[in-house]
Ligand binder design. Sequence first.
Ligand SMILES: O=c1ccn([C@H]2C[C@H](O)[C@@H](CO)O2)c(=O)[nH]1
Ligand SMILES: [Zn+2]
Length: 139
Amino acid sequence: MDKNNKKLLIRRAIEARKNAYAPYSNFKVGAALLTKSGRIFQGCNIESASFTPTICAERTAIFKAVSEGETDFTAIAIIGGKTGKKIDISNSAPCGVCRQVMREFSNNLKIIVAASENDFREYSLDEILPHSFGPEALN
Ligand SMILES: O=c1ccn([C@H]2C[C@H](O)[C@@H](CO)O2)c(=O)[nH]1
Ligand SMILES: [Zn+2]
């Protein structure tokens, strides 16, 4: 994945963050998921007044892709932070539930946690979800 594609994916995550529905936490997150076939699925977090139905941006993007028949992913860019505050990449790593959902479809997804197009950190899924449980265990 070259630098320009990473920047593009981050831009799409920034764009997706604008649609975040987070009136309770005011923590808005955007994600952009790149499939092996070259498509990009965007997602934002969506909260609920009854709290538990809340879904993260990452899972919104992944479920959109899976529901459109795409299950092979190359990378996901994520950007999150409180409205009106400077984004800090150390506060926007994907939550444990999303890591497990990522693991369902890949064990070497590239995770790009971004504060801007030029300020991001990359992780592999294996790095942030070591010793993981995955679908192979049920074979
Ligand atoms: O990786 C994360 C962490 C949190 N959230 C959302 C869930 C909730 O709406 C808000 C605060 O936890 O941020 C995400 O979308 N992705
Ligand atoms: Zn999550």
